[in-house]
Design a protein around this ligand. Structure first.
Ligand SMILES: [Zn+2]
Length: 106
């Protein structure tokens, strides 16, 4: 807890006040932010498809829309070798790597 005694603050000089403020800032930075983690995912919002299912979904998408499948069939980018499977694979024609932005159309 941060407790500030106003009467003692008034008696202090600027230098001492600065030290107090620094102490408060430290408390805020260490105490008030620790233990807080962002929770971007809403409850019940799970990834709908496994990685393999997403790769299959992209194949199906291409068959359905009669477009060539450009993505690597193992889901690993030809160029940066990173996993480039994303949930988008289920819903649109993928023509490039989301990681290195290299096009697969070449
Ligand atoms: Zn890549």
């Amino acid at each position: 807890m941060i407790k500030i005694n106003l009467t003692s603050l008034e008696a202090k000089n600027k230098y001492e006040l600065t030290l107090d403020l620094e102490h408060i800032a430290e408390l805020i930075m260490s105490g008030y932010t620790s233990g807080i983690s962002p929770n971007w995912k809403l409850e019940g919002e799970e990834d709908e498809f496994s990685r393999d299912e997403l790769i299959q979904a992209q194949k199906d998408y291409c068959d359905e829309h009669e477009v060539p499948m450009f993505v690597p069939s193992n889901g690993k980018c030809f160029y940066c070798l990173q996993d480039c499977v994303t949930p988008k694979w289920a819903v649109e024609h993928i023509t490039g790597c989301p990681k290195c932005h290299h096009t697969f159309c070449d």
